[in-house]
Design a protein around this ligand. Structure first.
Ligand code: SF4
Length: 781
């Protein structure tokens, strides 16, 4: 302890963030001794609130941390996109604090529809959503947050350019937040309630992830890009392969990648379900920091790496890479020189086909051979390197007199990259070729694409994008649009052919004068020759100190925004008089519980969005979708009956089958049932993140000890808990049963044993009514 204190006082030459990191890291070393650590562990553990308690409890004295320890973390900052920021800020406002405990930023990117081009689309988007943007801007002013206006850029690109720094830990209210791992920053995608924990300065809890190592050797070939690395990996690991893991890259192949290329790979770690992904800090990372005018940050990183630490000799310095001999829970080796371009899809990012086999697959599967659109850019793939590689093939095609046969759209990830590409003539190459440059926003990547090509909803067609996700309907809301993922250069070359069976590496096109044209291998620049342009003044970040005099803009008559009322606390007794609202059969995802699409616009209005609650769930007793029956036998939609019961003060529960709440971290799927009066969800099993979200909102998730007891309980039955209050008071320890009085059973009573996974902290949330209730109490003390 003395050693670490002395070291701490010596680090005055480091900037404050690194002083803190260094001091914590020294403590980690003191607690764990000479144990070899991965890079992810170094950064994560150096953000612990209480290093010793977190690393030594339930961990076999620090030897089995991963998968066992409950890490209580203090992130450095929070980044929020406009759709999820609404609920995060509404929750933060309920805490009545004058400012956030750590820096945070808001990025207006999800609500802009892509259609005709940047200027028209942006003006229309601002008009439609001005109420939400005004709210976000006024909240940013009041609490001192950075505000990136609509058109300034997509959250992950803006964060990479401005906030990501090696060794930092951030939370982002978006699943692709791990993008910043390309610059050795641990960034984890979370829901609004988690973000609020960090914003009020409370520790944020995470079960210590396992670490999946990916060792890279070799160097990518001409037509192959970092996107192909992650497309290939998604095919190997599937959409669930990374669950519970941080993916950490290492090996000599890492040194051959650009910082933005590494970010692309980390971005799509979300597609394999990873907690986050991270690369070591390399010379390319330092070059990117300099190009984005953060030369001092590169110097600081070098200073930290050469600053002596307090641990054993081998660990005396904080290095932005894993310790020699660090063990991974699993290790995959990939030779980059053996990779070929991949195309993933349709409808799932893990259906991966090497380009050389794609034509045969398209023909075998009878997928459309006509390609109707190619879309490049987005937060995943709009780097200078991506775009100049595309430009090289666009210019070659232009010279040969060719134009894209499919519609061709370009989405710059930020104003900075857009302005730089404009300055350097790249955007002009695209527009000359007939490409449409959309605004610096999510647009077609999140269903906000108003197609101009006459492809009607329900028409089977194929599109190719360089985005990251390709669930049904993801881009244009048409479930019949087959959406394939590839690198920007493959998307572009295939857009010229207008065909899904064209292989730009081996096939030729015919020019207007009848000559054979073969695309040259793409050739781009890692970054611009001179630093990135800042871009238009109107898109510059608004940073300001908190101003308590600012009124947060919410109209009482608003249909899109409403202040939150605190949920009621748990009674000082077991629950009684609950009724089963509906018994559900089959899959019940977060989409089933709280649909997206047109409902996105109500994300800041809990009462209005609750009108979609469970409205695609299947009633187990009647087989109907979205049908529930009141005690008098009258039929209603599920949200309607829930609303009526809320008005009658009739608390309720839902009965369901396996993996309830699978899909995403969408917190509305927990908030809405809670708002409408749910106290318990009982099912055969839960999706892990949703189970945690329920507890944070004060709903008790229970699972059947005997799965067949699902048959013993039905809609309308009256339920009382036995032992639940005791278990909560004891910090999550104790047995719980449900005493069920059958609705039609002439007083027939059954006792059903149930299990729970309630920790001490979570018991506190439930007793207080929600995590927010507890946080606001402690924050106001
Ligand atoms: Fe999410 Fe797509 Fe926007 Fe990226 S561009 S933040 S993946 S919606």
């Amino acid at each position: 302890r003395v050693a670490s204190t002395r070291q701490y006082s010596q680090v005055s030459s480091l900037p404050p963030t690194y002083e803190k990191l260094h001091a914590k890291y020294s403590e980690v070393r003191r607690v764990l001794g000479p144990q070899r650590l991965t890079l992810a562990e170094k950064i994560l553990y150096s953000h612990l609130d209480n290093v010793e308690e977190s690393l030594l409890t339930n961990t076999n004295n620090g030897r089995d941390i991963r998968g066992n320890a409950n890490l209580k973390l203090k992130p450095d900052r929070v980044n929020m996109q406009d759709a999820s920021a609404q609920m995060a800020l509404l929750q933060f406002m309920s805490c009545n604090l004058p400012q956030t405990a750590i820096p945070a930023s808001i990025h207006c990117d999800h609500l802009i529809v892509g259609s005709r081009g940047a200027d028209d689309d942006l003006a229309a988007g601002i008009q439609t959503n001005h109420e939400v943007f005004d709210f976000l801007e006024s909240a940013a002013k009041k609490y001192g947050l950075d505000f990136w206006a609509p058109g300034a850029g997509i959250i992950h690109q803006t964060v990479l350019e401005n906030y990501a720094l090696p060794g930092l830990m951030m939370l982002g209210t978006d699943s692709h937040s791990p993008n910043a791992g390309g610059l050795s920053t641990i960034t984890i995608g979370v829901g609004g309630a988690d973000a609020v924990e960090a914003l009020v300065g409370a520790p944020w809890e995470l079960k210590a992830p396992k670490v999946l190592g990916v060792r890279l050797t070799g160097k990518l070939n001409d037509w192959v890009s970092p996107k192909d690395l992650i497309l290939h990996l998604a095919g190997r690991l599937t959409v669930r392969g990374g669950t519970g893991y941080i993916v950490e890259y290492s090996g000599p192949g890492v040194e051959t990648l650009s910082a933005t290329g590494m970010a692309t790979v980390c971005n799509m770690g979300a597609e394999i379900g990873a907690t986050t992904s991270i690369f070591p800090y390399t010379e390319a990372s330092a070059r990117y920091l300099k190009a984005t005018r953060r030369e001092q940050a590169a110097k600081n990183a070098a200073a930290l790496e050469s600053f002596p630490g307090a641990g054993a000799a081998a660990d005396a310095y904080f290095k932005f890479k894993a310790d020699e001999g660090a063990q991974y829970d699993e290790l995959i080796e990939i030779d980059l020189s053996k990779l070929e371009p991949h195309i993933n899809g349709p409808f799932t990012p893990d259906l991966s086909t090497p380009l050389s086999q794609f034509k045969a697959t398209v023909q075998d599967q009878k997928w459309p051979e006509k390609l109707s659109a190619g879309l490049i850019g987005s937060c995943t793939n709009s780097s200078y390197e991506d775009m100049t590689r595309v430009e090289s093939i666009v210019r070659a095609a232009e010279k040969a007199g060719l134009k894209p046969k499919a519609d061709f759209y370009v989405t710059p990830g930020s104003e900075q990259i857009r302005a730089t590409l404009e300055r350097d003539g790249t955007l002009e190459s695209f527009t000359k070729a007939g490409g449409i440059v959309l605004s610096n926003a999510c647009g077609p990547c999140i269903g906000q694409w108003k197609r101009q090509d006459g492809v009607e909803k329900g028409t089977l067609n194929a599109i190719l994008t360089s985005y990251n996700r390709n669930f049904r309907g993801r881009n244009d809301g048409n479930p019949e649009t087959m959406n394939f993922l590839a690198s920007p250069e493959i998307v572009t070359a295939m857009a010229y052919a207008g065909s899904t069976t064209f292989n730009p590496v081996t096939d030729s096109l015919t020019t207007p004068d009848g000559k054979e044209f073969r695309f040259p291998a793409p050739n781009g620049l890692e970054g611009p020759q001179t630093p990135y342009e800042i871009g238009k003044e109107v898109f510059k970040v608004a940073s300001q100190p908190p101003n308590p005099n600012v009124e947060v803009a919410i109209s009482p008559s608003s249909e899109r925004l409403a202040l939150l009322e605190p949920f009621d606390s748990f009674p000082e007794s077991d629950l009684s008089g609950l009724r089963v609202l509906v018994k559900i059969t089959g899959k019940c995802t977060t989409d089933t519980i709280s649909a997206a699409g047109p409902w996105l616009k109500y994300k800041g209005h809990l009462a209005n969005i609750s009108a979609n609650t469970l409205f695609t769930a299947v009633n187990a007793e009647t087989g109907e979708v979205n049908a529930a029956y009141d005690l008098d036998g009258s039929k209603h939609t599920i949200p309607d009956l829930a609303k009526q019961w809320k008005e009658r003060n009739q608390p309720w529960l839902v009965v369901a089958e396996h993996n309830y709440g699978e899909g995403s971290a969408r917190e509305h799927a927990a908030l809405q049932p809670r708002y409408l009066g749910a106290r318990i969800i009982v099912c055969k099993s839960f999706a892990r993140i949703h189970e945690t979200n329920l507890k944070k909102q004060g709903v008790v998730p229970l699972t059947f000890v005997n799965e067949k007891d699902y048959d013993l309980i039905g809609a309308g039955d009256e339920v009382e808990t036995v032992g639940l209050y005791e278990m909560l008071k004891n910090g999550g320890v104790g047995e719980v049963k449900l005493r069920v009085t059958k609705k039609d059973g002439n007083g027939d009573v059954k006792e059903i044993p149930v299990k729970h996974q309630v920790s001490k902290d979570q018991a506190g949330f439930i007793l207080a009514g929600s995590a927010l209730n507890l946080l606001s109490k402690s924050a106001s003390v």
